[in-house]
Design a protein around this ligand. Structure first.
Ligand code: IMP
Ligand code: MG
Length: 189
C-alpha cells in the first residue's frame, strides 16, 4: 500500500471526514512511547489511573496495556451540555469510587482544549489528597487554552481543528474510527 493510500480517508467516511491527521500506526507508536515515559516516572509504584469518560476509551485501553506496573482503574464521568463543538456547562455523570488518598494518580483524558474540563476535575481530585497527580492527554490544542492547565504527558500537540476518531466524538459519533481525523466543517456548522 502506498503512503498516499495509507493516509487517505476510507471511502465510507469521506463525506464527513476531510483528512486523517494521525494514522493508526502513528497512534500505536506514540502510545507505546508515552507508556515508557510514564513507567519511568512512576518507578514501579502502584498507581491509580483515573480516566474521563467517554473519549478516552481507545487511548486508555492501548495505554494501560503497555504500562508494566501495578495499577487500579477508575472513571469520572463528565459531560458538557449540548452536543456542539464548544465545551458548555459541565455535569458530573459518574463520581470516583476508589480511595486515592496518599496514592500516585495518573489522570487520563482524550484532549486538552480550553482546559475548562480539567480545571473543574483537578480540584476535586486534589481535595482527596493523592500523593502525586499527573495528567496525561492524547491530544493537546494549546492555541485554544483559556485556563492555566498543562499536561505532564502529551501524545500529540495539534493545531486548532475539530478532530474525531480513536475515541473522540462529535455529538457522540465517530468514536470508532481507528485514526484521528479532521471533520468536514459542514458536519458541525
Ligand atoms: P476543554 O474543557 O475545552 O479542555 O475540552 C475538553 C473536552 O472537550 C474533551 O475531553 C473533549 O471531550 C472535547 N473536545 C475538545 N476538542 C475536541 C475535538 O477537537 N474533538 C472532539 N472533542 C473535543
Ligand atoms: Mg467529548
Amino acid at each position: 500500500m502506498s503512503a498516499k493510500q495509507k493516509n487517505s480517508v476510507p471511502l465510507r467516511w469521506r463525506k464527513e471526514v476531510e483528512r486523517i491527521l494521525i494514522t493508526d500506526e502513528q497512534l500505536v507508536r506514540r502510545v507505546k512511547t508515552l507508556a515508557r515515559e510514564i513507567e519511568k516516572d512512576f518507578r514501579g509504584r502502584e498507581m491509580v489511573v483515573i480516566s474521563l469518560l467517554s473519549g478516552t476509551v481507545m487511548f486508555l485501553a492501548d495505554l494501560i496495556r503497555h504500562l508494566n506496573l501495578p495499577l487500579r482503574l477508575d472513571f469520572i464521568g463528565v459531560s458538557s451540555y449540548g452536543s456542539g463543538t464548544a465545551s458548555g456547562e459541565l455535569v458530573f455523570t459518574k463520581e470516583l469510587r476508589l480511595d486515592v488518598r496518599g496514592r500516585d494518580v495518573l489522570l487520563v483524558d482524550d484532549i486538552l482544549d480550553t482546559g475548562k474540563t480539567l480545571s473543574r476535575v483537578l480540584p476535586k481530585i486534589r481535595a482527596l489528597e493523592p500523593r502525586r497527580l499527573k495528567i496525561c492527554v492524547l491530544l493537546d490544542k494549546p492555541a485554544r487554552r483559556v485556563e492555566k492547565i498543562r499536561a505532564d504527558y502529551v501524545g500529540f500537540a495539534i493545531p486548532d481543528f475539530f478532530v474525531v476518531g480513536y475515541g473522540l466524538d462529535f455529538a457522540e459519533r465517530y468514536r470508532n474510527l481507528p485514526f484521528v481525523g479532521v471533520l468536514h466543517p459542514h458536519v458541525y456548522q
